[in-house]
Design a protein around this ligand. Structure first.
Ligand code: MG
Length: 380
């Protein structure tokens, strides 16, 4: 039986699917948190009757407080509010499904209060992987990945404690522009990039998937999560998104995890682990799919992926710089201010220009994050 969950980012794609899983399994929801969306938060709050709802945006928080004034539910705001939702006494598991660096402090807070963390905010490990993983080890907090690839690797490693692992194989759909050259990508518009063939996601993640920066972020996430050096992580393009990732052992035996591309499977597994709950998604029919294909990623066309693999080896604050620069560059692309390939140009310039700090503290990381954003905003 799974205890109460706190869902950070409850109005987004992962958040709403987490609530569907909670519905099916009768898991109580003790806290909800989101950036704004007072209207949807009101609907969710009335349905799940949590103790607390945190809203990052102060105006939206005031709006929600008015909407919920006939209830007992406490509405809190800002980063303080997110931290409260992340450390609420009654929460057994904190689902970190907010997008971006804003997830870093709440995740650390959940680690410090020894929650199980169902980690869906990859930016946290990309920015501060060393810090978060060592804190989690010290406190004995469990971090269970929600990202489909990392959940797959986690499942393939299960029972074996990581012994005898040669490498992990991180699969990638290749996004909507697989097969295109760098030159052909120059004319991609936001509308074109927002159509993903297999997964239904928010705008930021969808653009990251189109540039393959998403795979780059996942590469760094995997490195920290599973304690592997970059040379032991291989990215493999697999357009059908059925093999969610795999582990190759010392004897060259490969264990892969498969399923239909539906986030409710990895979300549910993070909540019920080590148990498996009833099916939250349709059955996989390999006969119907017929063919699974694999190919090397094209690092010439998808330069963001190559950049992230380099950044993985740099350590320190490099991940934080790359991630923050990418967030800002994606925003500029969505606003029509830069080209699709301009995302890579800006992010790689930020990584080159901003000073490397080897042993980065939380303050160093937050400062590097800000510096990278400033750099992108003043150099496009
Ligand atoms: Mg993923």
């Amino acid at each position: 039986m799974t205890g109460a969950i706190s869902v950070l980012g409850s109005t987004g794609s992962i958040g709403t699917q987490t609530l569907q899983v909670a519905d099916n399994l009768n898991i109580p929801v003790c806290a909800l948190a989101a950036n704004r969306s007072a209207e949807l938060l009101e609907i969710q709050a009335r349905k799940y009757a949590p103790e607390l709802v945190a809203v990052y945006d102060r105006d939206a928080a005031r709006d929600l407080a008015v909407r919920l004034r006939d209830t007992e539910i406490e509405v809190v705001q800002g980063e303080e509010g997110l931290l409260r939702a992340a450390s609420l006494e009654s929460a057994e598991t904190v689902v970190t499904a907010v997008v971006g660096t804003v997830g870093l402090r709440p995740t650390l807070e959940a680690v410090r209060t020894k929650k199980r963390i169902a980690l869906a905010n990859k930016e946290t490990l990309v920015c501060a992987g060393e810090l978060v993983m060592s804190e989690a080890a010290d406190r004995g907090a469990e971090i269970i990945p929600v990202d489909s690839e990392h959940s797959a690797i986690f499942q393939c490693l299960e029972d074996k404690g990581g012994a005898g692992v040669k490498k992990i194989i991180l699969t990638a759909s290749g996004g909507p522009f697989r097969g295109k050259t760098h030159a052909e990508l120059q004319s991609v518009t936001p509308e074109m990039a927002l159509k993903h063939p297999n997964w239904n996601m928010g705008a930021k993640v969808t653009i990251d998937s189109a540039t393959m920066m998403n795979k780059g972020l996942e590469f760094i996430e995997a490195m920290h999560l599973f304690g592997l050096e970059p040379g032991r992580i291989q990215v493999l393009v697999h357009p059908q998104s059925i093999v969610h990732s795999a582990v190759m052992y010392r004897d060259n035996s490969v264990i892969a995890q498969m399923g239909v591309p539906d986030m409710r499977i990895p979300i549910q597994y993070a909540l019920t682990y080590p148990e498996r709950g009833p099916a939250p998604a349709p059955e996989l029919s390999l006969a119907e799919i017929g063919k699974l294909t694999f190919e090397e990623p094209d690092l010439e066309a998808f330069k963001c992926l190559g950049l992230a693999m380099e950044v993985a080896g740099m350590g320190g604050n490099a991940g934080a710089v790359m991630n923050a620069a990418n967030e800002e560059a994606v925003r500029l692309f969505l606003d029509g201010k830069i080209s699709f390939n301009g995302i890579f140009e800006l992010v790689s310039a930020a990584v080159e220009k901003i000073k490397c700090i080897d042993k980065a503290s939380l303050e160093d990381i937050l400062a590097s994050d800000l510096a990278a954003r400033e750099f992108v905003k003043s150099n496009y």
